[in-house]
Design a protein around this ligand. Structure first.
Ligand code: SAM
Length: 318
């Protein structure tokens, strides 16, 4: 295996695969409205299970890959998800994880566990139905909570992810913390990123890490944990032994040891969320050609911080 590494010692160890652009929610940070969602849901040509597995096996041969995270769009809408998970495990990657909105999780959780899924992140932006609907343009809090409970019952490691947006769902910080802590789950709050239709005005919705810590600190005595290498989140523990995290993309960028490579639903790779330049991989190309493309992708990584992107995470994968 040729060593693909940049001058900061960064390489690709984690692959995030966007399985499809379709989604059953219409979250405000992903799409501007129903029209944009409809457009994404009309895109037809996601890669099939065998094509994806062929790409993942080749990447595993050429990179020190140890983790694959499946995302989208909404990955639970992808046909053949369980066989894909089985295939990735059979390729020698044990850490197969998923990010989902949880809408279909209640009935799918046991099969995902059985297929070899290790862990999942469930996105949940509110506990109050009205606020949830403002964030996602759908009504489904109870259903998602049932999905979270079913995943835990199936033996999956579950974390909750919440994008905090000023004036939209920031009233939900403590109710969400309570919901997670009552279940012994870790919850992570994400600073909103300047992506897709929010590219030029995400700042107006930003709730910073300091604001989050200030508000949580009024209710809990909190202690920071050391940051793990290449982690997106920093974590804190409370006096009651509960744990929460913050993904502070704006306040405390984590590009310097980023190890993520992204594959979109039509087979393009990206080395960075800031990059709008898709790099196509062909299965008929040689290992040397893939090495060159992987180096190009690695060179897309920002030195210090995310600089914004016109692409929504719905397309590039969250
Ligand atoms: N549908 C799945 C879900 O809801 O988890 C997976 C894909 S979705 C794009 C994954 C996650 O990306 C979202 O839940 C949210 O946490 C994150 N995300 C998307 N756009 C974002 C933005 N502009 N800023 C911060 N996080 C964002």
């Amino acid at each position: 295996m040729l060593k693909i590494e940049d001058r900061y010692g960064r390489t690709f160890r984690t692959l995030r695969v966007s399985l499809l652009q379709h989604c059953n929610l219409g979250c405000v940070y992903c799409v501007a409205g129903e029209a944009e969602l409809k457009e994404a849901n009309a895109v037809g040509d996601s890669l099939g299970v065998e094509q994806l597995l062929a790409i993942i096996r080749r990447l595993k041969e050429q990179l020190p890959l140890d983790t694959v995270r499946l995302t989208g769009g909404e990955p639970l809408l992808y046909p053949g998800l369980a066989s894909l998970i089985r295939g990735i495990r059979a390729a020698g990657i044990d850490a197969v994880r998923l990010t989902t909105n949880g809408f279909l999780l209640e009935r799918m959780a046991p099969a995902l566990k059985e297929a070899g899924l290790e862990a999942l992140n469930v996105s949940l932006d509110a506990v109050e139905e009205e606020v949830f609907a403002r964030m996602s343009r759908r009504h489904s809090v109870e259903r998602i909570i049932r999905g979270i409970d079913a995943a835990v019952a199936a033996g999956l490691r579950v974390k909750i992810n919440t994008v905090m947006m000023k004036g939209m769902n920031d009233s939900q910080l403590l109710p969400l913390l309570d919901l997670a802590f009552a279940r012994g789950l870790t919850i992570r709050f994400l600073e909103v990123m300047a992506m897709g239709h929010l590219h030029d005005h995400a700042g107006r919705y930003l709730v910073t890490q300091d604001e989050l810590l200030g508000r949580i600190g009024e209710h809990h005595r909190i202690t920071p944990e050391p940051r793990a290498e290449s982690a997106t989140a920093r974590y804190w523990t409370t006096e009651t032994g509960h744990r929460f995290g913050i993904i502070a993309n704006e306040s405390e960028p984590f590009c310097r040891d980023c190890d993520r490579l992204r594959l979109d639903s039509s087979g393009h790779i990206y080395g960075c969320l800031s990059s709008n330049q898709p790099i196509g991989l062909g299965l008929s190309e040689t290992a040397a050609e893939w090495d060159e493309k992987l180096k190009l992708a690695l060179a897309q990584k920002q030195e210090l911080r995310f600089v914004g992107s016109d692409l929504s995470m719905l397309h590039i994968g969250g």
